[in-house]
Design a protein around this ligand. Structure first.
Ligand code: FAD
Length: 449
């Protein structure tokens, strides 16, 4: 066995015991570290024959407990399966090994004059395989879609060790089932992704950014509709922050200052991306003129420099810094049609009031792509289950999803029925049974066996 490919006994460090959710840490019985697809296949073939359950680990930045070992599981870490195999400038594609960190892919694309548009706060640690398995979303979904839209082809190893290579490079390919979708967003329950062909886009060096303040939810939706029509394809972010979130972040994160003189009900970080900084800025300002004149937007600040732009994003990304200050806090990541959001927010507010009197909640989201993030705390961890029931039953009642982008994993499994009907869950079970009859791959994640 090649050196470094297996870690056993006391050499198994706590690093392999838990993902970023931080919950229910448990060391695996050992850690296998395949360096290529063939090794991955041999490990799974052997585990399948021995009925040995395994947990797949990428960068361990997941927030659903999916990569956290359950008792008795062997971890298969993809940390040695890294590297870029090819960057095809003509096809606009990049072929990478699944353990490659997202940031490495972004930087390699940029160096070749392209961009890989998936972007999220965990970029330095999360891996392409993990991004595929969770169908990651992030900051630019509005324009480029989720990870599913950025994968042209992939290679995966099934539970019995079979290697399925579907390394398609073409935009059009309707020759039978598009098998890659079995492995995108299925959180490692149907196979281990080992390689992928990613879609690249021309670099968009010019970014124009502003924060606008609006009076209420309806004004925000109207503004989104107007900007989508005036800025057509260049709108890349429309990130809403309610005062509960915005005020807390600017008051508590070091180095931040409120860019507005007065407090407003809702703030929206708006960004466009293009090729020509001057022309893009003119177009952006022209697009904001009418909403400002009609007072749909009650105040706006435009980033005048890259530094200022980064400060605006620091406010949006401030959740990472304030989360530790608000523990114990539950973080929800739900999505629903925008027309349902107002009713959903009223329902959870009424639920919180009647059950707890009051709670401390922070609200923000990628509204342009239906995603709401809600941080809630009553100060007591023992209230978590009731908070989940309130939020997830309201999500179901408003035709929403209990996980917009972070996945179901272990932590949201019991709430799946709020978003998926019986026939859907039964079909998921049939797929799992067909591809992993011995239930060895990431067992008890997403759906109960
Ligand atoms: C600061 C921060 C910001 C974040 N922001 C976002 C965000 O904006 N949007 C978003 O969607 N997520 C976000 N996340 C969550 C997380 O980064 C993503 O889910 C990411 O895609 C996980 O990648 P990973 O390599 O760390 O996977 P891991 O955490 O290692 O694993 C996640 C799941 O995928 C499975 N898996 C991992 N690799 C493979 C593989 N090669 N084959 C099959 N299954 C595999 C694991 O078993 C597990 O079930 C954020 C996390 C942090 C910590």
């Amino acid at each position: 066995m090649p050196e470094g490919s297996l870690i056993v006994g006391t050499a198994v460090s706590n690093r392999y015991a838990v993902d970023f959710s931080g919950e229910h840490a448990h060391k695996p019985i050992a850690v296998a570290r395949p360096a290529n697809t063939q090794e991955c296949s041999l490990i799974l073939e052997h585990c399948n024959a021995q009925r040995q359950p395994v947990v797949i680990q990428g960068g361990l930045t997941g927030l659903a407990g999916g990569a956290t070992p359950q008792p008795g599981e062997l971890a298969i870490s993809l940390e040695r399966l890294t590297g870029i195999e090819e960057l095809d400038k003509i096809a606009g594609s990049m072929t990478v090994l699944a353990g490659t960190p997202l940031q490495v892919v972004q930087e390699a694309a940029a160096a070749a004059g392209f961009m890989f548009p998936l972007d999220l706060g965990a970029r330095g640690s999360c891996t392409i395989g993990g991004n595929i398995a969770t169908n990651a979303g992030g900051n630019q979904v509005l324009r480029f879609g989720m990870m599913r839209n950025l994968v042209l082809g992939l290679e995966a190893v099934l539970a019995d060790g079979t290697i399925v290579s579907s390394m398609n490079k073409m935009l059009k390919n309707n020759a039978g089932y598009d098998l890659k979708h079995l492995f995108i967003g299925t959180e490692g329950t149907l196979g281990i992704v080992t390689r992928a062909v990613l879609r690249l886009f021309p670099k968009q060096p010019a970014k124009t950014t502003a924060i606008c303040a609006v009076r209420n939810f309806d004004s925000m939706l109207e503004l989104l509709a107007q900007l989508q029509s005036r800025l057509s394809g260049s709108l890349s972010a429309f990130e809403a922050m309610w005062a509960s979130y915005f005020d807390y972040v600017v008051d508590h994160v070091n180095g931040l200052k409120n860019p507005f003189d007065a407090s407003h009900p809702i703030y929206i970080l708006i960004e466009t991306e293009g090729q020509d900084a001057e022309a893009d800025m003119d177009r952006f300002q022209a697009a904001l003129e009418a909403p400002l004149e009609s007072e749909l937007v009650i105040d706006a600040v435009l980033a005048q420099s890259e530094r200022e732009r980064q400060t605006f994003w620091k406010i949006r990304d401030g959740i990472g810094e304030i989360t530790p200050m608000l523990q114990p806090m539950l973080a929800f990541d739900v999505s629903m049609p925008v027309t349902e959001m107002q009713g959903f927010l009223s329902d959870i507010d009424a639920g919180f009031r009647s059950r707890f009197g009051s709670v401390h909640s922070l609200l923000f989201g990628h509204i342009g792509d239906n995603n709401l993030h809600i941080g809630v705390t009553t100060g007591k961890e023992s209230d978590f289950e009731q908070l989940c029931e309130i939020v997830y039953s309201a999500t179901g009642a408003h035709a929403g999803s209990i996980s917009a982008e972070h996945g179901v994993g272990v932590l949201r499994k019991q709430y799946l029925h709020h978003s998926r009907n019986k026939a859907e869950i039964a079909l998921m079970r049939r797929l799992k049974q067909a591809l992993d009859p011995n239930q060895i791959l990431n067992p008890s994640r997403v759906i109960a066996p």
